[in-house]
Design a protein around this ligand. Sequence first.
Ligand SMILES: Nc1nc2c(c(=O)[nH]1)N[C@H]1C(S)=C(S)[C@@H](COP(=O)(O)O)O[C@H]1N2
Ligand SMILES: [Mo]
Length: 318
Amino acid sequence: MLIKNRPAWALPESQATPESIFLNRRALMAGGAGLIAGAALPGTASAQGADPTLDLYPAKRNETYTLDRPVTPEADAASYNNFYEFGTSKDIVAASKRLVTRPWTVAIDGMVEKPFEIAFDELVRKLPLEERLYRFRCVEAWSMAVPWTGIPLKAFVDFAKPLSGAKYIRFETFLNPRMAPGQSARWYPWPYTEGLSMAEAANELPLLVTGIYGKPIPTQHGAPLRLVVPWKYGFKSVKSITKISFVSERPKTFWEGLQAAEYGFWANVNPEVSHPRWSQASEQILGTRDRKPTLLYNGYGEQVAGLYKGMTGEKLFM
Ligand SMILES: Nc1nc2c(c(=O)[nH]1)N[C@H]1C(S)=C(S)[C@@H](COP(=O)(O)O)O[C@H]1N2
Ligand SMILES: [Mo]
């Protein structure tokens, strides 16, 4: 395992269940490990200047969404990340500072009335921003609870004006191996992509996130724009989005492309459906020594269970 500086509350090696375990071995065999341990370029962060959206934070909190546990301390959430573009360990904060987030353009294409591109700084002022407290559950069996700020995905979909033939929405991360050394590892299907059905995208819960802890989102969490889908395993919550496409066919996602038997399209949280290599019954609460039982749909069944009525024959939980 490549986890360095493992904090006291992290899992013992024997219990840890990284998404990447078989890939780490391949990376080592291919001599690629050094490549993805990129260091920050001195001065990059300051060269980007002050964030032009600072005045939008903190956004008004939507009190509908409450937690059954304390909010994770910011320092813990901000220092234990998955962002394979910057390395396969959890310790990618420094490397992620290479991400240049301005200018940042998002392309909207596929089955829409009219494809268009929009600057992130314009998009973030066009649609309503709000703060929500959500639980977040990684497939590796750790979890956190954080205040995200974002645009309800539903509002973005209305703004994009999809055609009736659109059945899925597909999200794509930037592709720039010079900025993101992990993207030089050719055994991954870069760029990172994810997708939802249109019915899921129209649900109230998914957020196009622009901020966390009442501030613009930092690079390690997927600046400047990422998805958050709180009832699905964390890998669905794609970071640093540059393209959003409306499509008629179910898109093949990054993790599906790597290992379809372990990471499917639906990936809804379910404590009773084990990952082929570990149990999903409970979760390690980030920043603590506690484990908690994992909840069906990560506790959001009331809002989302209806989406899957009658979908027999689909692998809804992996
Ligand atoms: N582009 C991109 N998005 C990504 C990932 C990634 O490696 N690259 N990792 C995913 C996984 S596995 C998880 S658990 C979450 C972690 O989000 P966080 O680091 O903000 O907690 O981001 C998801 N989004
Ligand atoms: Mo994850």
